[in-house]
Design a protein around this ligand. Sequence first.
Ligand code: MSP
Length: 507
Amino acid sequence: MTAFITTPIFYANGAPHLGHAYSGILADILHRYALVRGQDCRLITGTDEHGQKIAKAAAVANEEVQSFVDGKSAVFQSLWPSLGIDVSQFIRTTEPQHQAHVKRVWEKLAAQGDIQLGSYGGLYCVGCEQYYVERDLVDGNCPVHLTPAQQVEEETYLFDLEKYRARLLTYYQQNPGVITPHHFQASIMSQLEKPLEPLSISRFQHCWGVEVPDNQTHTIYVWIDALFSYLTAIEKEGNTAEALENTTHVIGKDILQFHAVYWPIFLLALGLPLPKRLLVHGWWTINGHKISKSIPETTVHPSSFAQALSEDGLRYALVRQKPAHRDGNLSLDELSEVINADLANNFANLVKRNNTLILKYFSGRLPAYSRAALDESTKVLFDSANSTLRAVEEAYQNGDVYQVTLFLRRLTDDLNNYFHHRAPWLIHKTLSADHVAQTCAVIAHFVQLLARCYYPITPRLAIRVLKEFGVSLEGEISMPSHIEPVEIGTADSHFERIFASKHAEIS
Ligand code: MSP
């Protein structure tokens, strides 16, 4: 069955920032990993184009709403390739096929008695497109946007969440690994121990949205519209809703409630399978403030960062700098330091030095070695490197890309230590040719496997290295019994150091 990885669909009310890019990069890494492991996998992203927030932004820009969202959506579509994000399906909520889908969903839920007309009053944040209760606000402000929530009291359709609460709780009890990291699942489960209030699922006379069937004075709540875009996209890819079972949603922690409570409840109500996994990430901040369109001082344009740090560098540094679920303060200097240390000095430099020796002393060719033919200290490295590679695979399978980068760093450190200890450049002095050949062969072997592991994160760098060795991307990652022969014709530099201070004015 086809697997799907999704990013959230992004509000088409402004330019993408680095926080959005982070969701996209994480999803792309998991997508690339699945592809090289031979899985049939697609990456879905898109834009969220309805609702009061969007209508307000278009009014401020003095533009007709559809042409406003066309423009914003196009910016997102052109950003992804510049960050190496390879999108399979870009879904827009203003597409007719999607709007028809959302109406069908509504009709089914209404027909089975899950929706009632009533009224709802509360504190609404237009930025989040959600109601808050008093205790969640910070000095009367929305905790995400830090802007005042508005008191709203209006006629609305209500969805009976309580009807499905116990089933969802049982599902989470029986499937402890759905939400990663687990503490998010624990907090959702404790919320599900208590009754759920009906959810307001339409807005009265906020006309930029999908109309409620049979009542044109209401539009369908933008979050229902947005969540079902995942399913519209899956269907556009030629799959049925069953594929949800094989779907991983990458989301920020601010939208957990929608994905971990409302979305699965709607799916339960419709008799559809629940998604396989929710991977929850934290925020990038600037001086402690979440990077956000509503706080202009925090604006960070992903393309200027990608220019300063290189596409691979930006992707690597963002996932290497912090465990995905934590928040992290963004510093260009820190990002460039880790890129230079890990990619340029530690990895690419080792590849170049080793390949230079292979060219110089062995005309670019080294024989195969079985594990048994290796000397003792090389066997020790060989076994420990294979076990680190297995740990890399496991971390990828758990969707823990930060952990992947730690293991990759550990392995490049081990290889560098071994290389320096064995000093193969002393070939003409004290060392036997076999000692040197073995050293260079084992390094060549592991840098190729490392390149395959780096590929989902730094595709350009990995492809360059593998091309030099003339091997394919898709091969094995750990080979515990032998080392393949080597044949190279060049020893190029595959990654240049970054001098980000040249771009210090970036914002
Ligand atoms: N449109 C909704 C999602 C609907 S999905 C069915 C939305 N859009 S958003 O544009 O506001 O945010 C999209 C994603 O970007 C969310 O996962 C959010 O967490 C992420 N980020 C937005 N700012 C962020 C940071 N500063 N740091 C990291 N990610 C952040 O919510």
